[in-house]
Design a protein. Structure first.
Lengths: 468, 468
């Protein structure tokens, strides 16, 4: 089964009585304007789906609870909306319903610096959070590239460039406030670092893509800002050498903070977009965190290792400004690549494999992409075994989308055979449902469905996502 | 609501037809001998409950699946049994049923050294695993003290001395093979380090205490054996200073591998039992992992910090043998303490609080224990904010148990007020059900119940645990 090229639309009508009830409760916080609905009816996925029938701009957990209660009373779906940056169609109203925009819930509720914890409303973005944390000496490391909301990142189980050292949202969300399908509000954990008290509702909600509850508050682990930070660029003669070097450094147990692969296509794109002048060869962007001596020790070890794999001498980004420029460019890779082929859209893949199988996974993927002839770029959180190849397609040519999806299917199946997953960090949404079934199997999917049915018997929480 | 002193027994009969069917399927793998049943009818909790009606010695996932299917057909409970070291009554057959002994499932199935992963059968113990890993340069850090089985550790969401650096079973179980309530077998994850593919069934099963499925295989993350290891003992004038020093070192972000508190009662007990000659003062046992330079740097920083809190000069355990002796003694603390009062039993507590509140939590607990007059000892994984006070009670004197439970209730309520949890690592079992309700609230408990009902509608998987 390949990924669907057009998602199944099964719109449940929004009765006028619900709009009336929402208007009575929310007044100007409710919008049914076409432009607003359309803005909330798309994400970074390549799908076109009719927009939600209304948008509620929620300002509190109570707002979310009330909106959910009203929608539930009319059997109408609700979809939480943050930055709109999800990639797999998570936000699309395939069964109709209303969008709950949480971006006004952007308050940092409690910085518990002495416990290295923070509690935020779901609409706080990661850049906003780190801005506000700057004076505390702490930071929140998870960085999916986009300036996503922390609620959305939790719902998608996001990760990104720092995950190799600091883990993903799975490891860094300590507790959540969640609105259930019937509007009740639960807290899923405490502020203790660890707990064996009952089922792990926090981890169940993290990655559930809004299908089991709507996350309204997030308690996150923070880390001391490293005393020393060093970033370096190292070029390799080919992707295979860069990947082999990564495998070696991970196997050596070096606590590298970031190790990102860019193929020549990605380098060309960011050079064009961000005027970087990086050598247009496969390269690793790396960052080291620690004490000054620790960073020096790590960097020397990795430089020596890189030399074994024909890596260049490190080019250092020494100042915070240079580092910011470098990482911004990396984060722009997706947008930069889109600009290399005006009018194109991007079909992105997201497999993650055991680190020892990464080389064969990437090499075969590149061979297939070269043979197919679609323009593409590769970026990768390679320290985790996770990489993305983006195929640039002309949306007016269905055969290009079909070809890209065929390549995606091939690479996902290879990843599954290698012991990997179809999604390292983007989630399932609409796009990867067939792959999830292949990966997890029917029985595990039945377990997921049973949980969904138990917590959302009327199917109003982002229905049609993860599984149909 | 205080913890129940005697658990509610609600035995569901085991029909002879089930015993016949089990005999036909399992032959000599089935035992109904009184001694075998009694051995499988107790754990390290202070409860007395009638034993299970039979024990099946399972040798494969298929054995477990078949036993569960047969039990399900007769509506008879099943309880998985590993090392029998759980502390909160998790293994007790409060609703009757049969025990599935998994200790024969003790094979290491796959050491994926290049991916720093291992897959084991549920009955492999942590010491066995580390023994077999020795030649690989890797190790599995989670260490709850007892030589528990890895299936049991996963089911309890165990942690212990190394969790401050390496995390708990929550962070270190990558995937599971689980037998469901109807005997179907699911795999909950892949070998990829991270994944966003669907609901996190792994984390849902970890800590579910055998109530949602029976774990038969566990895939675990491994770590490189540190290049250098140093262990040190540091004495303090009182517990408050030792705890304040711990808080400071955690807040400084020092990646200490272990930092364990022992109060004078615990030190006296291990001195008597293991002939250690430690100064009978509050002390911290610490361990540092890293490169030789990194370990030196960490140790110097912590020694300087300890001096600020009136800590003694570090006494070093330099050789592996000395370190093993020290940690063995620490792990014997519970048994050593029991021997200080012959015939006694121990009521153990397990709260975990945010690190900044640890001092007030422990200090008030000690004040109350001193006032109550029961002998006690304190050990703590203080880097995580988790500690145990053990009250030594005379089982013949119900008033001592009542007093200990009263003290436990007081300290749990204090922990909850401080943002903590009633259980850092021992789980809920029978003993902490009232506390779980206070901690999670009725609505979150309803969510847990709904999940239980969805996955085990006939209530045959370790019924009566976590919630009634």
């Amino acid at each position: 089964m390949n990924a669907p090229i057009a998602p199944k639309i099964l719109t449940r009508p929004t009765p006028p009585a619900l709009i009336d009830a929402l208007t009575a409760r929310f007044g100007a916080q409710l919008s049914t304007a076409q432009a607003v609905r359309e803005q909330h009816g798309r994400d970074e996925s390549p799908f076109d789906v009719p927009p939600p029938s209304a948008v509620v701009f929620c300002e509190s957990t109570q707002d979310v609870a009330d909106a959910v209660k009203l929608a539930a009373a009319h059997d109408v779906p609700v979809i939480a909306f943050g930055a709109g940056s999800s990639l797999e169609g998570q936000l699309l109203a395939v069964q109709g319903g209303i969008s709950l925009d949480l971006t006004r819930m952007n308050r940092i509720l409690d910085v518990a610096a002495a416990d290295m914890l923070v509690t935020v409303q779901a609409g706080v973005t990661r850049l906003q959070l780190n801005d506000e944390l700057r004076h505390t000496g702490l930071f929140f490391p998870i960085d999916p590239g986009a300036d996503a909301t922390l609620g959305g990142m939790a719902a998608t189980r996001a990760s990104g460039t720092n995950a190799v050292r600091y883990g993903t949202m799975r490891e860094n969300v300590l507790a959540l406030t969640v609105v259930l399908a019937d509007g009740r509000v639960v807290r899923t954990g405490t502020q203790a670092r660890k707990s064996s008290a009952g089922y792990d509702l926090t981890r169940l909600m993290v990655g559930s893509e809004g299908t089991l509850g709507i996350i309204t508050e997030v308690t996150l682990r923070l880390y001391p800002q490293p005393e020393a930070v060093a970033a370096a660029v190292c070029s390799f003669p080919d992707v295979a050498h860069a990947v082999d070097c990564t495998i070696a450094l991970i196997q050596a147990g070096i606590p590298i903070a970031r190790v990102e692969l860019m193929d020549p296509g990605a380098v060309r794109a960011v050079n064009a977009h961000d005027h970087l002048g990086l050598p247009e060869q496969p390269l690793l962007l790396m960052e080291f965190h620690g004490s000054p001596a620790g960073v020096r020790e790590q960097a020397e070890t990795v430089q020596a290792l890189a030399a074994d794999y024909a890596g260049s001498d490190f080019a250092w980004a020494d100042t915070p400004e240079e580092r910011t420029k470098l990482w911004k460019a990396r984060h722009h890779a997706y947008l930069s690549a889109l600009q290399m082929k005006p009018g194109c859209r991007c079909v992105t893949t997201d497999t993650c494999v055991p680190i020892s199988r990464l080389a064969e996974s990437i090499n075969d993927t590149i061979t297939e992409a070269d043979a197919a002839g679609l323009p593409y770029f590769v970026v990768g959180h390679v320290g985790d075994g996770n990489y993305h190849i983006g195929y640039l397609i002309d949306p007016a040519k269905p055969e290009e989308r079909e070809l890209a999806e065929r390549l995606n299917a091939q690479l996902v199946r290879r990843a599954l055979k290698l012991g990997g997953t179809c999604s390292g960090e983007h989630g399932i949404g609409l796009h990867k449902q067939g792959f999830l079934r292949e990966e997890a199997g029917d029985d595990a999917l039945d377990v997921m469905r049973a949980i969904k049915q138990a917590l959302d018997p009327r199917g109003i929480l982002n229905p049609g996502k993860i599984f149909a």
